[in-house]
Design a protein around this ligand. Structure first.
Ligand code: 5GP
Ligand code: ZN
Length: 138
């Protein structure tokens, strides 16, 4: 399925030009227009999925191997020492385009530094209570 007003549906299916680094029948991988670091790329499925909870099994099974393939190519081509695989689900999680996508962000020794979370504290009781709540919803 594709959505009329979805910019990533249009980009993934070639309706809007993009700097494409990989394409097959299911995916297009493009350079992010606002890169967090040199080489920041986005994996876009050609079909429309809102977020990770919307994926079918075939798509879910293929996306991580593709992330590894592109990340390995980034290491070879760009000399980054590592890369982050980032995937946002929902507005509060930072998702701004509601067509499932995976960010591949090369990381270099010289930076740029990126904001991470500050580890919090939780008691064993809190962990147990929260864990039980999630388990009960599986
Ligand atoms: P999100 O915040 O939804 O996880 O990520 C959306 C990403 O898409 C952002 O990093 C943003 O820079 C990128 N982006 C938004 N619109 C376009 C576009 O038209 N072309 C490209 N190449 N990237 C885009
Ligand atoms: Zn879409």
């Amino acid at each position: 399925m594709r959505e009329e007003d979805c910019i990533f549906c249009k980009i993934a299916n070639g309706g809007i030009p993009s700097e494409t680094i990989y394409e097959d029948d299911m995916f297009r991988v493009i350079m992010d227009l606002g890169p967090a670091s040199k080489g920041h790329a986005l994996i876009l499925p050609k079909q429309h999925y809102r977020d990770i909870c919307d994926l079918d099994e075939e798509m879910a099974a293929k996306v991580l191997p593709l992330a590894a393939k592109i990340g390995a190519a980034m290491k070879k081509a760009l000399g980054c020492s590592g890369f982050n695989v980032v995937q946002n689900n929902g507005k509060e999680a930072g998702q701004t385009v509601f067509h499932f996508h995976v960010h591949l962000i090369p990381r270099y020794e010289e930076g740029p530094a990126m904001v991470s979370w500050m580890p919090g504290k939780a008691s064993p009781e809190e962990l147990a209570q929260t864990g039980a709540a999630i388990r009960s919803a599986l």
